[in-house]
Design a protein around this ligand. Structure first.
Ligand code: ADP
Ligand code: MG
Length: 457
């Protein structure tokens, strides 16, 4: 339930070995056992890419891979973070006074986002810091949301350390907000699914107000995730923020063509809400009113009747001030058609049709084509991997996560998972000496996992 706090339970039997290693590391560094463990899962978005920040519902599921913090309150008012992975250096700061670097952040900045978000929400004067050992099993910068899992796990560590009881909904919202301190204008799906996920089910997540509905996947459906191993750090490059800006401009230009008060419009969903028409109609409207050639900045200013300075203030963000060209038709077409595919996906699951798997596969294929051609957020290696998965027996495959690299998700009959894994291993990973050593963590079948939680020994 969204209005419940995260659950507190005993460390699960199956996880005892892993948590035992974390406990030993914690003991070795801090001289005593951790008091609790905070875990938050990554996610795979089944459909609905790049539309959460446009106001549209998305359909992810949590994966089993997660980030765990073994933690205990710190009596020196500090936050001390160490990582099981030696590539990440130890970090210490005062809980009362720390800064978060934007743009090219160090790993601990994600954890600090979670800490800050909770502190701001509670607004307490007296706060305790914590010591933590971090261990993550989510492939990084691969579109499975390792960053949000770290933000969410750190947020519940801070809340639990201080005895603050926050609902999953509140945590989802505050984490979506505070991850932006890193400099990305994310939408909120990643944090919401990390907190609200239920075992065995995907979720339709809707925004403003945030709410989630369980989606029962068809019996016999299985999912395979394969990482293209092309990394793309969202905070390090501005591709992501460029798309956010293009969508905002598309919404404002479209609103202007319809005689709507465009300054009140921030997201593509706002235009649809004001016009009160279907998503199909919005796709037609975009084709009718926006042109395929990229819009220049001058043209956007002309249509909106503003100066470049005004445009910078109303519609651009710090990382997109210098842009001069915007593909408004393509981005809006993707968003409205993708939002429509999400609703169709949910409907197919609800109707329990015999050919459900095939239909879901078709929707996922169409989603990939739209991401590749209209949103231009795929990558040649990722396209190759998607095709390989289809040829290896998947009913549907698509890039997942922000893109420009990262993972592909495929839907397949559970009975065909092994064949799919073998063929993709032989086709994508084994022949390439740079990819082959990563096969185990890059290619896996997964079931919908549970949400963030606190565990004790
Ligand atoms: P994604 O969220 O798709 O995995 P991002 O680029 O948004 O990719 O975030 C990746 C960043 O999150 C990494 O560069 C690192 O700073 C941080 N991160 C993820 N997992 C861990 C981990 N286990 N330990 C430390 N930092 C991590
Ligand atoms: Mg991320």
């Amino acid at each position: 339930m969204a209005d419940h706090p995260v659950s507190v339970g005993k460390v699960q039997e199956a996880e005892s070995e892993r948590y035992g290693k974390l406990r030993s590391k914690f003991h070795e560094r801090f001289g005593h056992d951790p008091v609790f463990y905070a875990r938050a899962p990554g996610r795979v978005n089944l459909i609905g890419e790049h539309i959460d920040y446009c106001g549209y519902a998305v359909l992810p599921m949590a994966i089993e891979q997660d980030i765990v913090l073994a933690a205990s309150p710190n009596i020196d008012n500090e936050i001390v973070l160490i990582n099981m992975d030696p590539q990440y250096t130890e970090f210490t700061c005062s809980v009362e006074n720390f800064t978060i670097t934007k743009g090219d952040p160090q790993w601990y900045n994600y954890a600090l986002c979670g800490v800050r978000g909770v502190m701001e929400k509670v607004g307490a004067n007296v706060v305790k810091g914590f010591n933590a050992v971090v261990e993550g099993r989510i492939p990084r910068s691969a579109g499975l949301s390792s960053s949000s899992a770290l933000v969410c796990a750190a947020a519940i560590t801070m809340a639990h350390t201080n005895g603050w009881k926050l609902s999953k909904k509140t945590l989802s919202e505050l984490c979506a907000h505070c991850e932006r301190y890193i400099g990305t204008e994310g939408g909120g799906m990643d944090q919401a699914i990390s907190f609200m996920a239920n075992h065995g089910m995907a979720k339709l997540i809707e925004f403003n107000p945030l709410r989630s509905v369980d989606v029962h996947l068809p019996q016999g459906a299985a999912f395979v995730v394969s990482n293209s191993l092309v990394e793309h750090n969202k905070a390090g490059v501005s591709d992501f923020n460029i798309r956010v800006t293009e969508c905002r401009l598309a919404a404002q230009v479209l609103a202007k063509t319809q005689g709507l008060p465009w300054r009140e419009i921030r997201r593509l969903v706002d235009v649809q809400d004001k016009l009160e028409v279907s998503l199909e109609k919005m796709v037609i409207l975009v084709a009718d009113k926006l042109h395929e050639e990229p819009y220049t900045k001058e043209e956007v200013c002309q249509v909106l009747e503003v100066t470049e300075e005004e445009l910078a203030a109303t519609s651009l963000n710090p990382s997109t001030q210098e842009l001069t060209s915007f593909k408004l038709f393509q981005r809006a077409t993707h968003v409205y058609s993708e939002a429509n595919r999400v609703m169709q996906f949910k409907m197919v699951c609800e109707e329990r049709r015999p050919d459900a798997l095939e239909q879901l596969g078709r929707l996922m294929d169409a989603s990939h084509a739209s991401c590749r051609d209209m949103y231009e957020c795929s990558h040649p290696d990722l396209d190759k991997l998607v095709k390989l998965c289809r040829d290896a027996g998947a009913r549907g495959s698509r890039m997942t996560g922000a893109g420009w690299g990262g993972c592909c998700v495929s839907i397949v009959e559970a009975s065909r998972v092994m064949t799919l894994l073998t063929k993709v291993r032989d086709g994508y990973y084994s022949p390439d000496p740079a990819r082959a050593p990563h096969t185990k963590e890059a290619l896996f079948g997964t079931q919908p996992g549970g949400g963030a939680a606190i565990y004790v020994d």
